[in-house]
Design a protein around this ligand. Structure first.
Ligand code: ATP
Length: 315
């Protein structure tokens, strides 16, 4: 179903079950650098939580905490309501938290099915003469990809010959097959064109519809709004907006991402520079409006819920 906002289908009303993953006032310092602080985030089954933010906002730090690469230094991190502190990504995986990174960690010259099972190959026969069960791996990879709606002509083709979008989709299907309950997608559409991005967004929606909790990291508010149920915008290490879909319009989300006040300040600074006619510069709202909006959404009447500024000051 496509909504009036052109979004890829919340097919039902939001399904608020117990959080799979929750951060409460969580933060992380790297020595003297306070990269993240006071962050509240909840990931529910069957919902897409979008984490947006500019460069250096703290997105990577946040997903590194959730995926077990780093440990939080402030606040709480809970999985299924229990406080956790992962030492390795393996521990996160054991709890069903899987991260799909931009580089995808695939072997380009190996066939699609082989990459699907990379590191977890199926074998057959008695020990010590166990052999790879190639037929079962091909069949299973094909079934899993089809279950996600991904149809590839030939699973024998090297994964390096697939488009970036298709490789992302294979990585998502792989994580689902190996038992992910929480899927962390690190800027999966960053290097993709419009059409390929659409394909990836479709599979994000498919993962959500299979009941996974999805954390979708992106710079792109339009992509976020296509599939997101909740939006958390980070700025300088803390939450600048935390709003459900019903509480924020696409324009408001874009404005939060672009930093309307910062653009106004920039305009003021440019006014000091000789040769720049500030009167000819667009207003901040013009700069933050969607440049191309095939899904040209209407503004929501409901204002966004801005997260309160952290009482702990600046990082
Ligand atoms: N290992 C580290 N040591 C010291 N500072 C770090 C480290 N990793 C990140 N930082 C700092 O923490 C802040 C947040 O960085 P982070 O990489 O989480 O942001 P980001 O939103 O992912 O940015 P980008 O989109 O550019 O990847 C930045 O100021 C960064 O310089």
């Amino acid at each position: 179903m496509t909504t009036a906002h052109g979004a890829l289908l919340p097919d039902t009303a939001p399904r608020q079950q117990g959080a799979l993953v929750e951060l409460r006032r969580a933060g992380k310092s790297y020595g003297n650098v306070r990269a993240l602080y006071g962050v509240d985030l909840a990931v529910h089954p069957g919902r897409v939580t979008c984490v947006l933010g500019d460069n250096g906002a703290g997105k990577s730090t946040l997903i590194k905490i959730v995926s077990g690469l780093h440990q939080h230094t402030e606040g709480e991190f809970l999985v299924d309501g229990e406080p956790v502190r992962f030492s390795t990504p393996r521990e996160a995986l054991d709890k069903g938290i899987a991260a799909v990174y931009q580089d995808l960690a695939t072997v380009p010259l190996m066939p699609v099915w082989r990459n699907f099972f990379l590191g977890s190959e199926l074998t057959k026969g008695p020990w010590p003469v166990r052999r790879l069960d190639i037929a079962r791996m091909k069949r299973t990879a094909d079934e899993e990809l089809r279950a996600m709606g991904i149809v590839l002509d030939d699973l024998e083709q090297p994964i390096g010959t697939l488009s970036g979008g298709q490789r992302q989709c294979v990585a998502i299907a792989r994580a689902v097959h190996f038992g992910a309950r929480v899927l962390i997608l690190d800027e999966p559409t960053a290097a993709l064109g419009v059409k390929q991005s659409g394909v990836v967004l479709k599979y994000i929606a498919a993962a959500r519809d299979r009941g996974l909790g999805v954390i979708f990291i992106t710079h792109n508010p339009h992509h976020a709004y296509m599939v997101g149920d909740h939006f958390s915008v980070l700025r300088l290490g803390t939450l600048e907006l935390s709003a459900d879909r019903s509480e924020v319009s696409p324009e408001e989300l874009t404005n939060h991402m672009a930093g309307g006040t910062e653009l106004a300040a920039l305009k003021h600074e440019l006014a000091q520079v000789r040769g720049v006619d500030v009167e000819e510069l667009p207003e901040a709202e013009d700069l933050t409006a969607p440049a191309t909006a095939p899904d040209a959404p209407a503004a929501s009447p409901t204002p966004p819920t801005a997260a309160p500024a952290s009482p702990e000051g600046t990082p």
